[in-house]
Every structure is written in structure tokens, then in C-alpha cells.
Write a protein that binds this ligand. Structure first.
Ligand code: ATP
Length: 420
């Protein structure tokens, strides 16, 4: 019986919980044992402290179709967090205490109840320096074998998925070394010769090559639009200008879509920075025209990548100075920051994460030792599978192309059918 674990890693994004829920429920429905790993790769490297051992067989079983529900049966507590869904453990602040020292947890059907509508990631995420090193990944391998886990679904950005690919590529080496060091038995070695890994892309930036949409990007876009709408009404009242910084390091998708959706006057994205010489005049020309046409507000959206990478750095304060000094506009800067990540996922992210989570389990069950690890995407409204490393390698190539200012190359890599 496949023992399948799910973890979330890297920056959180709305919809990760819906993905975990879908993976857990689909895994159980397809006859697997389901686990979650708390705190991303960090949890896998740490494993469970000996003293924290809790029998794993108290996770709930899937409800049997058609089975009568015993309303008088005592409510089950235990397993993972039977109550996470209802928020009880979180509310009481007991979650961390109950789960102290336990990172790899068997979960049942009820444990993920209510997850779909909650923002962030309830099983936690982290950046894990140890996992970047081979020793850290070996510890992770040992913990997987100790728990008898032979399949892993990882939801995160390109960094987390690179880590996943590495773990899978090194797996034979890891278990050989663990056998030689006596950390695992010959029987464990024979049983866990292969590890299946499937990636889900959780990222608010929508920056993964080979998929039209990543889990969490649509929710972040909604948060940005709400914020810009709020700012717009006060901007109009006072006839002010606002420079609004949004997230997006190597990818201007959030800035571009927010500019379209809110009718912003001007925007800066990393893929299409203006030349150093003329950006001030060309921006002022557009903004003056809008004012001449009667607009009482000016909204400029700037992606953090417009000044974060080694481009012609254009910072929100630089834009503000130009608007104030050259156009005489009363200008404010607003950095939206983490409000963009937070809050409940919009319906699209819940649906995307659910469809992709279910597909991830199917991909686990279909994979063989020779199948490359897949990543689940969506293209032209169809859920897709493609080799994880191809998507990650392309995404990293795009980021590098942007850093060396090869913008056409970057857009061509992202979408081969791209035409200027
Ligand atoms: P985001 O899109 O929010 O940045 P991400 O998944 O790309 O998400 P990273 O911080 O790049 O976030 O990576 C998350 C974790 O994945 C790292 O802390 C590390 O544990 C692991 N990781 C990243 N890159 C590698 C790598 N090259 N090799 C092994 N592990 C890696």
C-alpha cells in the first residue's frame, strides 16, 4: 500500500491548504495511507523526535459510501488534528504543543476538513538551509524510510521543486549510503528502493514555465485589485498620485494583470523595463495626457522586480520624485507587502488546487522507477503533467535571462509562441 506524504514549502500561497486536502482525500480514496509533513523540507529533515511518538493508526478511515452515520458515536480526537478543520486546536493554541517534535504525521479523511477555504498553509512552510546540502537530504531520506513513505507530493515554488528533483535523483545513492551505515535494514532497502515525487506549483508570482497559472496567483491578484481600488477612491478624492509596489521578482504577471484590471495609468515590470534615459519623459507624457483628459487620480503600479534585479533600477521613491517634481502631483508610495499573500483563497485557487492535488495522486500511482518526476500544471484549461525538471530549468533560465536583460529571450522561453 502506497504511503503518500504531502508538504508545502517556500513562500506560502493561498490554495496550498486546498491542495493538501485534495492530496490527502484522493490518496485515501485511492487506497493509500496519507501523511503530511509539517514545516516543509525542514520537517522532513527533522523527522519525529523519539519522545513524541504517537501511534499512527488513530487516523480516521474514509467514510464508506452508503454506510449509515452513527450520530451518537463519540467524536474522534487524535490522529493529526482532527480539529484543525474546525479551527479548535489553532484557536486554543494547542496545535503547536500537541504536535511538538512531530513533523511527519499520519492523517485521515477528517483531518483536512475545512482546509479548502483557509488561506496560507495550515501544515506550515519554511525555508530550510539544511535541505540544500546533501547531508540534509540524506536525513530527509532516512525519515521517509523510517515512516515507510514511498511517495511525496511537494507544493511550492521553483526552489522547493528543485529540492524535490534533487532528492529523487539522489535517492539510490541515499538509500545505499543508509544501508551501508546501518541506518536502514536490508529489508527496508529492498522495500524503499524507489521514491515517487510529484510537484504542485504554489506561488503567488505565476512565474513557473509550462503552466498557465500557479496556485495562489489569482488570489494575490484579487488582493492587489482590492487594495488598488481602495487607494483609487482616496486618490480621486484628493486628486493625488499613488505609486503602488506589488510582488513579482522575475515575473511581472501580478503587476501587469493588476494594471489591466484596475485601469492603472502606468506600470513597470521586470520583463519590459524602460530605457534608463527616457523612462521619466515617457511616463510623464502619458500621465499628463490622462490628467489633461480630466482624470483626478494617477495610479502607477511597479513590480518589486522592476528594481530588485540587476536592471535599470527604478524604485517607487524615484517614480514618486518624478511625479512630484516634474508633474507637481501630490504623490504617495504604498507598498502592499504581505497583504498580497494573505486571506482566504478565491474560488479559482480552490478549484485549481483541488483538481491538481487529485491529479498529483493519480500521477504518483501511475509512475514507475523510470518515469521522470512530474509537475502538475494547467494549460489551456486542462490539467497537465510534465517533467518537473524541465519546468524548473526553464523557469530558472527565464529568471537568468531577465537578470542579464535579455527580455525577448525571457518571454520567448516562457511562451515559445510569443510574438512581440
Ligand atoms: P517562492 O516562490 O516563494 O520563492 P520557492 O519554493 O522557490 O518559493 P525557495 O526559498 O527558493 O522558495 O526554496 C524553498 C526551500 O526549498 C529552500 O529553503 C530549500 O530548503 C529548498 N531548496 C531551494 N533550492 C534548492 C536547491 N537548489 N537544492 C535543494 N533544495 C533547495
Amino acid at each position: 500500500r502506497t504511503r503518500l506524504a504531502c508538504l508545502t514549502s517556500g513562500g506560502d500561497s493561498a490554495g496550498m491548504n486546498a491542495a493538501v486536502r485534495a492530496v490527502v482525500k484522493m490518496a485515501i480514496a485511492r487506497g493509500c495511507e496519507a501523511y503530511v509533513v509539517r514545516e516543509g523540507w525542514e520537517g522532513l529533515v527533522r523527522g519525529n523526535e523519539e519522545s513524541s511518538h504517537v501511534p499512527t493508526d488513530n487516523a480516521t478511515s474514509p467514510p464508506l459510501a452508503g454506510a449509515p452515520v452513527d450520530v451518537n458515536a463519540p467524536q474522534r480526537k487524535g490522529g493529526f488534528v482532527a480539529t484543525y478543520g474546525e479551527g479548535e486546536l489553532l484557536k486554543e493554541g494547542e496545535g503547536e504543543q500537541t504536535l511538538k517534535g512531530r513533523y511527519i504525521i499520519r492523517v485521515g479523511w477528517d483531518d483536512v476538513r475545512g482546509f479548502a477555504s483557509i488561506g496560507g498553509t495550515l501544515i506550515g512552510t519554511a525555508r530550510c538551509a539544511a535541505f540544500r546540502e546533501i547531508e540534509g537530504r540524506r536525513k530527509a531520506a532516512l525519515n521517509l524510510v523510517r515512516h515507510g513513505i514511498d511517495a511525496l507530493v511537494v507544493c511550492g515554488g521553483d526552489g522547493s521543486l528543485t529540492g524535490a528533483d534533487r532528492l529523487r535523483a539522489e535517492w539510490p545513492e541515499h538509500i545505499q549510503a543508509l544501508l551501508e551505515s546501518g541506518d536502514i535494514s536490508q529489508e527496508q532497502y529492498d522495500t524503499y528502493k524507489h521514491l515517487n515525487i510529484v510537484g504542485l506549483v504554489g506561488s503567488i508570482d505565476n512565474d513557473m514555465a509550462g503552466t498557465d497559472m500557479t496556485i495562489g496567483a489569482t488570489t494575490a491578484l484579487h488582493r492587489i485589485c482590492d487594495a488598488v481600488d481602495s487607494i483609487s477612491s482616496t486618490a480621486s478624492s484628493h486628486s493625488r498620485a499613488f505609486v503602488i509596489e506589488v510582488m513579482g521578482r522575475h515575473c511581472g504577471w501580478l503587476a501587469l494583470m493588476a494594471a489591466i484590471a484596475t485601469g492603472a495609468d502606468y506600470m513597470f515590470i521586470p520583463e519590459r523595463p524602460p530605457t534608463a534615459e527616457d523612462w521619466q519623459s515617457s511616463m510623464c507624457k502619458v500621465l499628463s495626457r490622462h490628467r489633461d483628459e480630466g482624470k483626478r487620480k494617477t495610479i502607477v503600479i511597479i513590480a518589486e522586480g522592476a528594481h530588485d534585479c540587476n536592471l535599470n533600477p527604478i524604485t517607487p521613491d524615484m517614480v514618486k520624485d518624478v511625479l512630484s517634481n516634474r508633474l507637481g502631483l501630490d504623490t504617495r508610495v504604498t507598498t502592499l507587502g504581505h497583504t498580497q499573500r494573505g486571506g482566504n483563497p478565491v474560488a479559482y485557487d480552490r478549484i485549481l488546487a483541488t483538481l491538481q492535488g487529485a491529479e498529483a495522486v493519480e500521477a504518483v500511482l501511475a509512475s514507475t522507477p523510470n518515469t521522470p518526476s512530474p509537475v502538475i500544471g494547467i494549460q489551456e484549461n486542462k490539467i497537465t503533467r510534465q517533467p518537473l525538471m524541465d519546468a524548473v530549468a526553464k523557469t530558472q533560465e527565464v529568471a537568468k535571462a531577465i537578470e542579464r536583460k535579455d527580455f525577448e529571450g525571457a518571454l520567448g522561453l516562457r511562451d515559445p509562441e510569443f510574438e512581440d
